[in-house]
Ligand binder design. Structure first.
Ligand code: AVJ
Length: 299
């Protein structure tokens, strides 16, 4: 599915503590489960971000400016994107970047139909890696990278600095970065969002093992891992783990990975954003201060 998936998964599993890159959540079933998560009562992130967008989209469109080239990292189901794009003044083009061709095609088809004047140029790529921008028909005044969903919180700190440098270089001086970010808040609210009562998040997280089993011919036994999410107060982030419930050995390709009881597998980290390549120009939040959408200008 991805180039180098085996190497990347093994590299993470050889580490101590073990980890798996979060992009491997999103196989077909993973994407469907994530859509279900977005509709959960406990998962305040999606609806809160959408409400912030709805309340402030005109102002956002203004700071994004006329004839901007919009690049989106990940394509999602596109509700927030639709809202933004439909308020922009003469966007040069919209370039969604995603690993899933199916998701990109669906989004591109429906957007072209809804906003007839919009040039949609999807790019199939992992946005954490290198990708080439397509040639765009109309000339752009500036480039704005849109990154909703608080996915930025999943990028580990050492990688985050490189990521921000790449985004700054991509949009160029004066370009923009419109990003959704979760905010620090009450521990119970955060933990509930990742420990929902219907168990969808647990299913979603365990699905990553299922995906690895299928894609890499591995033999993870899903019954031998349990989902655990906890708020790291000091780091200000949610951490998610799959915890090995027994001593076990898992085979991936030719390699065997050993797990002890209660050994966690770190799946994700929410971090505050490192600053230095951008200055923060606008911050929009909901009234409860749960979530934010921020516009950063590349320096
Ligand atoms: C898509 C990365 C923003 O971390 O909130 C939700 C993924 N995983 N519940 C998040 C997720 C489990 C989600 N992001």
């Amino acid at each position: 599915m991805f180039q180098g998936m085996l190497e990347e998964v093994l590299a993470g599993l050889r580490k101590n503590p073990k980890s798996i890159p979060s992009k491997y959540f999103y196989n077909h079933r993973g994407s469907k489960l994530f859509e279900k998560i977005c509709k959960l009562d406990e998962y305040y992130l999606t609806r809160t971000e959408l409400a912030i967008m709805e309340a402030h989209v005109s102002e956002m469109a203004e700071v994004v400016g006329e004839q901007s080239l919009i690049i989106e990292l990940g394509s999602g189901s596109g509700e927030k994107t639709r809202l933004l794009l439909s308020h922009l003044s003469a966007p040069a083009a919209y370039v969604p970047i995603d690993v899933s061709q199916d998701m990109l095609n669906d989004l591109a088809d429906s957007l072209r139909e809804e906003i007839r004047t919009l040039e949609v140029m999807p790019v199939i790529a992992d946005w954490m890696g290198n990708f080439e921008l397509p040639m765009v028909g109309k000339s752009a005044v500036k480039c704005v990278v849109y990154f909703p969903g608080s996915t930025i919180g999943n990028i580990d700190r050492p990688e985050l600095v490189n990521f921000l440098r790449r985004i700054r270089d991509l949009c160029g001086s004066g370009g923009g970065f419109l990003v959704g970010m979760d905010l620090k808040k009450d521990q119970d609210i955060l933990e509930a969002a990742y420990n929902d009562s219907k168990g969808i998040t647990a299913e979603f997280n365990l699905n990553i093992l299922h995906h690895i089993n299928k894609a890499l011919n591995a033999d993870f036994n899903l019954d031998n891992f349990r989902h655990y999410a906890t708020y790291n107060e000091e780091g200000g982030r949610i951490e998610m783990y799959l915890i090995s419930t027994c001593v076990q050995e898992v085979r991936i390709g030719k390699e065997r990975i050993h797990f002890v009881t209660d050994e966690p597998l770190n799946l994700r980290e929410i971090g505050e954003m490192a600053r230095g390549f951008f200055h923060v120009q606008n911050i929009w939040t909901d009234l409860d201060g749960r979530f934010s959408v921020q516009y950063l200008v590349a320096v």
